[in-house]
Each structure stands twice: as C-alpha cells, then as structure tokens.
Design a protein around this ligand. Structure first.
Ligand SMILES: [Zn+2]
Length: 135
C-alpha cells in the first residue's frame, strides 16, 4: 500500500518543480500570517494565508519550470543579501566586546578595530580610504 502510494507520488510529481526556497518561504509566510490573523481576531483576513498557501501549492504542482525558476531566482536575489546582512550583524553583536565596528566614511563598508587600542590610522580594506579612528 505504502509502496503503491510512493510510486504514484513519484509519477505524479515527475516534471513538476516540488519545493524550492521560495516555496518554503511561501509556507512560512502563510503560517506567520495565519497566526497573526488568529491572534488579532482578523477573521476577515484569513483568506490571505490561504491565498499564499494556494500560490505555494500552485508553484509546487506547476509544470512551467522556467517560470517557477525565474520566480525563485528573483526571490533569492532579494533574500540572500538580507540573510548575509543578518548573519554579519549576528557576528558583530557576538564580538561587540572584542571589536569596535564602524563603517568606512567613504564606501560604507563595515570595518573593525580591537577595542582599547587607542587612536589608529586605518586603511579601508574595500576602497583604500585612509582615516584615523579611536577604538
Ligand atoms: Zn572604504
């Protein structure tokens, strides 16, 4: 029975996209919105999570793979930079007692100096701008 179902599922999903990163984000966003509408008694808006999940299921079942791939690439182009920024911010927070973090006044890159080092002449590793900084 289980094997029959599994082979049916394999045949059913053949040529379809399945879950990609945008798919996962769609389900998480739908769930978060569902919780918010429940918490705040916004019953009228409860069709929104359903619409988002519906879109996720549509994408999963779709056979138009190039279009779904384009959507996923668009999503990744927005999401990956945010993810990188968040992980860099976590590192800065973790090391906040060891390093003083600051931005290059010219190119806005993040730089760091060991704390209590005093006044230092700094060369930005990204753009080569030189300036003095106290840490
Ligand atoms: Zn710079």
């Amino acid at each position: 029975m289980m094997n029959k179902f599994r082979s049916w599922l394999v045949r059913f999903m053949a040529g379809r996209r399945g879950t990609d990163q945008l798919g996962v984000a769609t389900y998480i966003a739908g769930l978060a919105l569902y919780i918010i509408t429940m918490l705040f008694g916004l019953g009228l808006l409860s069709f929104l999570p359903l619409a988002i999940w519906g879109y996720g299921i549509f994408r999963q079942m779709s056979r138009n793979l190039p279009a779904r791939e384009r959507e996923n690439q668009w999503f990744l182009s927005k999401y990956l930079p945010l993810k990188k920024k968040a992980s860099q911010a976590r590192v800065r927070f973790k090391n906040r007692r060891i390093y003083k973090y600051y931005r290059c006044p010219k190119c806005r890159s993040w730089l760091k100096l060991p704390r209590h080092i005093g006044e230092k002449k700094v060369t930005c590793s990204a753009c080569g701008h030189q300036f003095t900084k106290k840490a």
